[in-house]
Ligand binder design. Structure first.
Ligand code: AMP
Ligand code: MG
Length: 416
């Protein structure tokens, strides 16, 4: 797998997006692209390439599980309505063999689920060995919606943080790599995305009148998420807080986190428990001489191809691992205090100057939507202007779709 698309990560999301002890959600830029020095087009190209690596890594995990290995990966995806949870499943997990993925979505507990402990349905949904499990919402709803909606008393939900940590520790000890991602969309962007659902008959199905009620509890959800990050971002299961106003970025970042998790498993192809030569002889005895000769003639070539592909794979893995190991460079966002947290530690490395300049360029040339999250109050004060912006944006999005269907590859949404 020769790398063609450019890897424009300057700092790995495992460092830049990890919620450390002093993480401040209120100051978090939801429109940012931390660590990525490229644009959307470059991100898509790189993601497609990562997809091939991811797919090979996933096949190794699957093979390991089939042959007695006990490892699995669990990707926990949290986020408010419209944050892009479904898009992560479709665009990131969609790049690997569906056989190897076990997806579970968690909604309002059923009558049966309500009769059990809140972790009951979670335990039953954990990935088998060899699988990548994906939770679209999770046990965290039991300290989020349950808290905001006052479904249980505070002394009940507040005891759940430690319980969840113990649960995840045990899970990790049993061989599951846990990746937790929280997609954080801004208040303004969520409004636009919900409105788009109401503007499009093909998206009505995604809308639920309750989404507007949930949105009215925005501040309460932000407080609840802040506590989740403060209380449950542990060494074995850290939270990664992902800016989600640009869907391409959140997908790219989650792809990189998943790739790292699989690279870290360091899996080889399973060794056979039988002797290859013995089995070859047994099989050959059932074949015609001509067939055996034909197989023998192509065996050398096949093996050479496999070895070459393996060498490329190993090189791609080594490059991906090197990026993750590199300590975070100080990004402009971190420098300006945009993203407080553990990434603030200034560690300079060879990436620094040029990449940081590129990053700044890209950001400046961005779409003008780069603003801190909008709170309900801010929204009101600038209503007229925001509404217009929203309209323009939706129009340009539609234009983009139209252009695509007409095979017009021209960028319809220059403003994005
Ligand atoms: P969606 O993911 O948009 O299909 O919606 C699922 C809904 O189920 C969301 O409104 C969640 O807040 C809700 N939900 C998920 N888990 C729980 C839970 N443990 N208790 C109450 N509501 C939940
Ligand atoms: Mg929903």
């Amino acid at each position: 797998m020769a790398d063609v698309a450019e890897n424009l990560w300057t700092a790995h999301p495992t460092h830049t997006l990890r919620a450390g002890t002093d993480f401040d959600l209120a100051a978090f830029d939801r429109n940012g692209t931390p660590g990525w020095a490229g644009d959307k087009r470059q991100a898509k190209a790189f993601m497609a390439q990562r997809g091939k690596l991811l797919s090979e890594l996933q096949e190794r995990l699957f093979a390991d599980g089939r042959t007695g290995g006990d490892r699995s990966v669990l990707l926990v995806v949290q986020g408010l309505d419209t944050a892009g949870k479904g898009g992560i499943v479709r665009h990131v997990l969609g790049m690997v063999d569906p056989q190897g993925v076990s997806l579970r979505s968690f909604g309002v507990p059923t009558a049966e689920e309500k009769r059990h402990h809140y972790l009951w349905r979670i335990r039953r949904a954990l990935p088998e060995a060899g699988r990548i499990g994906v939770f679209d919402r999770s046990h965290y709803e039991d300290v989020l919606v349950v808290r905001v909606e006052d479904l249980v008393d505070e002394d009940v939900w507040s005891g759940r943080f430690d319980e969840i940590n113990r649960f995840e520790q045990k899970l990790a000890d049993s061989g599951t790599t846990i990746i937790k991602v929280a997609l954080m969309v801004s208040y303004e962007e969520q409004g636009l995305r919900l409105m788009e659902r109401l503007d499009r008959p093909d998206k009505y199905w995604k809308f639920n009148p309750g989404d507007v009620d949930t949105r009215k509890s925005w501040d309460a959800y932000q407080a609840a998420y802040s506590d989740v990050f403060a209380r449950t971002s542990t060494d074995v299961a850290p939270w990664h807080v992902i800016p989600a106003d640009r869907k391409w970025y959140s997908r790219l970042a989650v792809t990189e986190l998943l790739t790292k998790a699989l690279v870290d498993l360091d899996l080889d192809w399973p060794r056979p428990r039988w002797k290859v030569e013995t089995q070859k002889r047994r099989l050959a005895a059932t074949m015609s001489e001509a067939s055996v000769a034909e197989a023998e003639a192509s065996a050398g070539q096949t093996l050479a191809e496999v070895r070459a592909a393996e060498a490329q794979f190993d090189a791609a893995v080594a490059r991906a691992a090197a990026l993750a190991q590199r300590p975070p460079a100080q990004t402009p966002a971190a420098a300006s205090g945009d993203r407080p947290g553990p990434t603030d530690e200034t560690v300079k490395d060879e990436v620094s100057t040029k990449d940081r300049a590129d990053d700044a360029d890209q950001t400046a040339a961005g779409d003008g939507r780069r603003q801190a999250q909008k709170r309900p109050k801010a929204k009101k004060s600038a209503d007229g202007q925001k509404a217009k912006k929203g309209k323009d944006r939706r129009r340009s999005k539609k234009g983009e779709k139209a252009a695509k269907t007409k095979k017009g590859k021209k960028k319809a949404s220059v403003g994005r």
